[in-house]
Design a protein around this ligand. Sequence first.
Ligand code: GLA
Length: 392
Amino acid sequence: MATSAKTFSQKFEGLALTPPMGWNSWNTFQTNISEQLVKDIADSMVANGMRDAGYTYIVLDDGWMSMQRDTVTGNLIPDPKKFPHGIKALADFVHSKGLKFGLYNCAGTKTCAGYPGTRGYEYQDARFYASLDVDYLKFDWCSSDGLNAQESYATMSNALFVAKRPVIFSLCEWGNNKPWEWAAKDGELWRTTGDIGNYFDTVKDTGGWKPNPVTKIIDLEADLRKYAGPGHWNDPDMLEVGNGMKEGEDRAHFSMWCMLAAPLIAGNDIRKISAATRNILTNKDAIAINQDALGVQALKYASKDSLETWVKPLSNGDWAVCFLNRSAQPQKINFNWKNETVNDTLSSKQLNTTADTYKITDVWTKKNLSTTAKPLNAVVPSHDVLMLRLSK
Ligand code: GLA
């Protein structure tokens, strides 16, 4: 077990006081990425309101490099076919749109798609990213046999720090080494699970591996809430909204990522976004719950017959409440607020509707649903949510 002294690292403070928001190329494009794609995505994010809704970082995942480092300098080489004008010009373009730019690499000797990894080149690569004006680095864990995760991530964190350009450091070791216990000093977010797939609750074998459905990831997040907070977030993986699930499932997935104070990194083809997907991704009331300054991840308050009740305290004394219906049938809710006092010991916040009456707003329909003085009666469709904001 490495000691904290052995893995001493510094990071730029204040880079992600609320969960990072942006777009990443992997979920839709894998390694089929290019300069033109990024430009079109950036333009689309400006035109469709995503940038103004808070999506800031455009992150190129695996596949942006050539297969070999420069034989003389040892530097990484952006793929000249995919990026004919180089990465710096592309970063400049993204910045000119009021957005920020990110790249991907891996702590091991190779990335997961077989491109050159960073092992042994941490300081050189960090200087290279700084020279490209990179704002965000996702750092994966393939080809890492024999490496110590705490040491590897601390080394890269320190390399970014001494390269002097503030970079959000996104650890991606899939939760293998419990990064929530040690990575807050290294980076701004850490993956808590293996890769997400565009499935609500089914586990499908997709060519030898089984991506995690949304509900499985939600289950894995429930016990990790105490590790998240401003500047250091649990990352349940990038969004699959707009990638093939039903609209209600996408809404439930997005709502729960907002409740979980998860990074909101879209993973769909934004150039061809549907109105329904855009409405989900840009729901400002859901995003406000995700981006709330208190930075507390939701508590799973109750679970009965596949209907879960999650609650999230908010900075101004409001609460977000999300009823998640995981079953194949619609579920009735009869929720008498007076009988449900929430004492959240983590945040020292209390939801007590005997002491205070809250107004209730439906985050998705925008309707006012009376107050907590009366029991809530509603029906939640299968694989969907009822997401509420309670305000005094
Ligand atoms: C791993 C990560 C993914 C993605 C791919 C790229 O599987 O978990 O998010 O970055 O590698 O190869």
